[in-house]
Write a protein that binds this ligand. Structure first.
Ligand code: UAG
Ligand code: ATP
Length: 497
């Protein structure tokens, strides 16, 4: 239990208070049904509900502090609940972020914080940063789409959102990392999290930009809003690592950011501080030359695909800004760890391979296929999945990108949400010039899509399975149904013996 004196919690935007000026608090909650005795309840106006409707339920469940932005609701409640502190604030989400920081004793400031944003590559870059820092002797955790990790391994933690958790969870995780004696955290910061002020109040030691292209229009509606949200990260950063090859957002950051920067490029951009050149595919990874401060260094990273070398440069940039030298970094680079499902290659005894890759935007799919085609194989089988819970706008584009690029194409569905799977498949088929081509197959769900793709594969073929799972599940009718591509692959392999 922590005594909270409200006038000592800064930046919460307090306009008016009814009831006691301090309370003993055990928990911070934003869902009325999860409220326990001595909680603070934040009443958020969401897309479907207004948290103010649940204030009484929260109080009945034990909330002693209500944080809200609707004065009339608090006026109605003040006489019924005189022992409860009712706080009227300018912005509930902002107040929630600052209350979380205060309640968890500014745990974010005990860690070096590295925030990664961009349309593609957040998971990969944040993993690379964590891996390099751990190899260099700074125990580092991670928060992102693949879960919460300490420097030692994955934590059993159910996050409140797919990628960047709500402020309450975020600061709780920082405390956990501090308890594990981690000294840094590498985290993905999504545009939605920035818009919803989940990271408000955190000053990132290093921020990293990967790239910017179309995504999340179901939420942002316009590209301008999407970009504006992403740019907010650089307003709360000490240093920035910027991809100067990215036409989407690179220049916007350069124009607005005043702190120290490291600029990286794969295209030999003369404005870059680190340049990757002469990439050569080698067994188990990529050899390349790294140009830094006019010197050329030979480098090897155990990753595939030019865009992953761009991601490696981003992670190197962050480690340089955190004080490591280029020679220290290049010495450990061959041991770099990659996240699962990002150009993850599984080899089979008949020399066929399955590649799992989370590509779920048109840009990611196009770059991925370009890189896979640099490998040696007999036939290429590609599975693409239309995502039901994101904007439909990109589904046809994914089909147009893959047409003519593979020997067999399997069209399936990821996370149908509340849509009928066939609607998503029809949407995808509409993106092909010839949807009736003999090499285009359909499967009503991801499980059958994976099975069909594997059956189509023969010796020396590559089966490329794109898209994938959030929290190891498929989201169907609002429920998370467990799903694992690797289990299906394992089963297929055992049956083929
Ligand atoms: C689309 C979106 O913005 N969703 C977020 C939003 O939910 P919502 O607007 O649907 O909430 P709502 O159902 O209208 O309810 C409003 C409020 O009433 C409360 N409530 C509701 C019912 C009740 O009985 N009692 C109660 O107190 C809810 O807890 C909520 O605080 O507000 C919630 C509370 O803050 C968030 O947890 C929720 O994130 C959900 C879990 C989510 O899936 N978000 C996704 C879109 C997301 O954030 N994704 C990004 C990017 C992922 C990527 O990398 O691509 C991420 O960072 O994860
Ligand atoms: N720098 C990059 N440029 C273009 N595509 C990339 C880049 N990095 C990764 N990708 C592609 O995007 C896919 C998703 O990568 P990753 O999971 O790292 O991105 P993300 O930004 O975390 O996405 P999400 O937040 O939706 O999980 C990869 O599997 C790969 O196909």
């Amino acid at each position: 239990m922590t005594k909270i004196q409200f006038n000592q919690v800064y930046h919460i935007g307090l306009i008016r208070r009814f009831g006691p000026d301090a309370q003993d608090v055990s928990n911070l909650m934003f869902h009325s049904k999860h409220v326990k005795p001595a909680s603070i309840f934040f009443s958020i106006k969401g897309e479907n509900e207004d948290g103010h409707r649940f204030i009484e339920e929260a109080i009945e469940n034990g909330a002693v502090v209500i944080v809200a932005d609707d004065e009339s609701q608090l006026e109605k409640l003040r006489h019924h609940y005189p022992l409860c502190s009712l706080l009227l604030v300018e912005d509930v989400r902002k107040a929630m972020a600052y209350f979380s920081k205060h309640f968890f004793n500014n745990a974010d400031e005990k860690l070096s914080t590295i925030g990664v944003t961009g349309t593609n590559g957040k998971t990969t870059v944040s993993f690379y940063v964590r891996s390099l820092l751990n190899l260099l002797g700074t125990p580092t955790g991670l928060i992102g789409t693949t879960g919460v990790w300490t420097s030692k391994g994955k934590m059993n933690y159910k996050k409140s959102t797919p990628t960047t958790p709500e402020a309450v969870d975020l600061h709780r995780i920082f405390t956990e990392l501090d308890k594990h004696k981690d000294l840094a955290v590498s985290m993905e910061v999504s545009s939605i999290a920035l818009d919803q002020k989940r990271v408000e109040g955190i000053t990132f030691d290093v921020t990293i930009h990967t790239n910017f292209s179309e995504e999340h229009l179901e939420y942002h509606h316009t590209m301008e809003h999407y970009k504006k949200c992403k740019l907010k990260l650089f307003e709360q950063a000490k240093c920035a690592v910027i991809n100067v090859d990215d036409e989407g957002m690179g220049q916007d950051i350069l124009d607005s950011f005043n702190g120290p920067t490291i600029r990286y490029s794969l295209l030999g951009n003369s404005a870059a501080d680190i340049i990757g050149t002469q990439l050569e595919v080698r067994k188990g990874g990529t050899k390349f030359n790294l140009v830094y401060l006019g010197e050329v260094y030979q480098a090897f990273a155990p990753v595939h695909g030019a865009y992953n070398i761009s991601n490696v440069l981003a992670a190197i940039g962050a480690n340089l800004l955190l004080g490591y030298s280029i020679s220290e970094i290049l010495a450990v680079l061959p041991e770099l760890q990659s996240p699962e499902g990002r150009f993850q290659v599984i080899h089979f005894p008949n020399h066929s391979r399955v590649i799992l890759d989370y590509a779920h935007t048109p840009v990611a799919l196009s770059r991925l296929v370009e890189e896979v085609k640099k490998l040696t194989y007999h036939r290429l089988i590609v599975m693409i999945a239309g995502v039901g819970i994101r904007d439909f706008n990109k589904i046809r584009k994914m089909a147009a990108i893959i047409e003519g690029e593979a020997d067999e194409i399997v069209v399936t569905v990821d996370h149908p949400g509340y849509h009928a799977p066939q609607t998503i498949i029809d949407e995808m088929l509409a993106g092909f010039g010839n949807p009736y081509a003999e090499n285009i197959h359909t499967a009503p769900n991801r499980k059958e899509g994976v099975q069909k793709s594997l059956v189509l594969g023969r010796s020396n073929d590559i089966v490329l399975l794109t898209g994938g799972c959030i929290n190891n599940a498929q989201i169907i009718q609002g429920k998370e149904i467990p799903h694992s591509d690797t289990d299906i692959i394992q089963e297929h392999y055992l049956q083929s013996l």
